[in-house]
Design a protein around this ligand. Structure first.
Ligand SMILES: Cc1cc2nc3c(=O)[nH]c(=O)nc-3n(C[C@H](O)[C@H](O)[C@H](O)COP(=O)(O)OP(=O)(O)OC[C@H]3O[C@@H](n4cnc5c(N)ncnc54)[C@H](O)[C@@H]3O)c2cc1C
Length: 437
């Protein structure tokens, strides 16, 4: 198995339930062992988790849209994968979406999920989240993958309880260079140090960026690999907070959000407003908060993951490629501005900025200005998805079309991006993979 992230931890646990099966789980990055979790990972601020050494793939550069310069795309690295650095938001999504894909066992798969969740304690809810909860009755505290105030990673939930299984080996710092294929049959992997690991079956769980890159690097070039890349397009308002927010008690980075529907010529879409009580780790982020506005049901599917001549992923999201997505996100931004004008925000916010240069949100005063800002300044929500889509690259048993003993199971397999943050849906997807195997 390749990749010990949200999906890989689940699959390793479930496959090794059968004592006759020997499972080896390889990951490029560092170990995450019981009793040795870095404080940044267990703590309340996911920016601190991302700052832990070796926990991000720091060489992934992505273009969000034609108007912006490519920049780092965050992906978790090491045992736990992105579950060890994410913002811990745990949402299931609209069951109708899974049923629409023919996943009638999604409820069963969710019922098997071992991740624990809890809401923030009252004294952990920061000023921006509190303002959102007070400003709008649709806002709600969000379930987080935490227990007793500490993050629960997929490694803790799925690997740690079974580390004593004689048939399970977890190998951190083992980067897979390519999958070995004999004709159309997967027979093992080659590590970056040249070691060859033979296998009867290869399950690729390297995530929506690295899985397609790995397949392409291995000479597997069936149609659709790396195509249809999606993320949730998002715009951010940075809030200059006043003394109404206690800076010594910032609380959790994320603890509340608001989901709303927008309607128009573009159709009907779901928007998420995410309150952010932290925007980073540096001293320059003190006194700042944010509200992120994300389009959770994008139409655009023009994004791609390809590889360069050295086999490294080349990521082009083409966010907002479809004009309907620009209009839907603009409608969400208008709702956000209205919510931000209400007293709970007015009491704690001195200024609302739309960029790092300090341009004020009041500059978005007409539809053209708003659309143009979105086209040039919107970004992703770190929810890459659908680059080895089921029905195109893999069949409904997660097997790569046309190949034997080769499977993909991670966020790349979603037929289209789920309408919520992707960690819990990816965990469910991996439980589906294991059902009946
Ligand atoms: C900063 C951040 C914040 C997020 N916040 C949230 C949130 O709050 N809620 C939510 O639901 N979702 C969130 N997400 C998204 C969510 O965490 C991911 O969608 C999910 O974890 C993806 O799971 P995965 O198994 O597909 O990939 P990952 O969990 O990323 O795992 C892939 C693993 O494969 C390994 N790998 C890659 N290539 C190789 C190779 N060649 N050899 C060996 N190993 C390899 C990687 O090191 C990694 O450990 C966030 C993501 C990030 C990065």
């Amino acid at each position: 198995m390749i990749g010990a992230g949200s999906a890989g931890c689940v699959v390793a646990n479930r496959l090794s339930e059968s004592p006759g099966r020997r499972v080896t789980l390889l990951d490029d990055g560092p170990e995450l062992a019981p009793g040795q979790v870095p404080t940044g990972i267990s703590g309340p601020n996911f920016f601190e988790a991302m700052a832990e050494p070796g926990r991000l793939h720091d060489d992934l550069i992505a273009r969000r849209n034609p108007a912006t310069e490519p920049s780092l795309y965050q992906r978790g690295r090491g045992v736990g994968g992105s579950s060890a650095v994410n913002a811990m938001v745990a949402l299931q999504g609209d069951p109708a979406i899974y049923r629409g894909w023919g996943w009638h066992d999604a409820d069963d798969a969710f019922a098997r999920v071992l991740l624990e969740t809890s809401l923030a304690a009252p004294d952990e809810v920061g000023g921006v989240s509190r303002a959102l909860l007070d400003a709008d009755e649709r806002a709600r505290p969000v379930p987080l993958t935490r227990r007793n105030g500490a993050r629960v990673t997929s490694a803790e939930a799925y690997l740690w309880p079974v580390l004593d299984r004689a048939n399970l080996t977890v190998r951190p710092r083992a980067r897979v260079a390519s999958i070995l294929v004999d004709g159309t049959v997967a027979v093992g992997v080659r590590l970056a140090d040249g070691t060859i690991e033979p296998a009867d079956r290869v399950v690729v769980c390297a995530g929506a960026i690295h899985s397609p890159a790995l397949l392409l690097r291995s000479g597997i070039t069936i149609a659709g690999i790396g195509e249809g890349l999606q993320d949730h397009p998002a715009a951010v308002f940075t809030l200059q907070l006043n003394s109404g927010v206690d800076q010594d008690q910032r609380g959790l980075a994320i603890s509340a959000l608001l989901e709303t529907q927008v309607h128009g010529d573009f159709g009907a879409d779901t928007i998420q407003l995410l309150a952010m009580d932290s925007v980073g780790t540096g001293p320059d982020t003190a006194g700042l908060g944010a509200v992120m506005i994300a389009l959770m049901t994008p139409t655009s599917r023009a994004g791609t993951v390809t590889i360069d001549s050295s086999g490294h992923p080349v990521i082009d999201f083409c966010l907002l490629h479809d004009e309907r997505d620009v209009q839907a996100l603009a409608a969400g931004v208008e709702q956000a501005l209205e919510v931000l004008s209400r007293p709970p925000f007015a009491q704690i916010v001195d200024a609302i900025y739309i960029d790092a240069e300090g341009t004020m949100a009041t500059s978005l005063n007409d539809p053209q200005a708003l659309a143009s800002w979105l086209r040039s300044a919107s970004g992703d929500y770190v929810h890459a998805s659908s680059t080895c889509a089921m029905g195109t690259v893999v069949d409904d048993q997660f097997a790569v079309e046309g190949y034997r003993n080769l499977f993909v199971c991670d966020a790349s397999v979603f037929p289209t991006i789920p309408d919520v943050n992707t960690h819990l849906p990816t965990t469910m997807l991996a439980e589906r993979f294991a059902l009946g195997r």
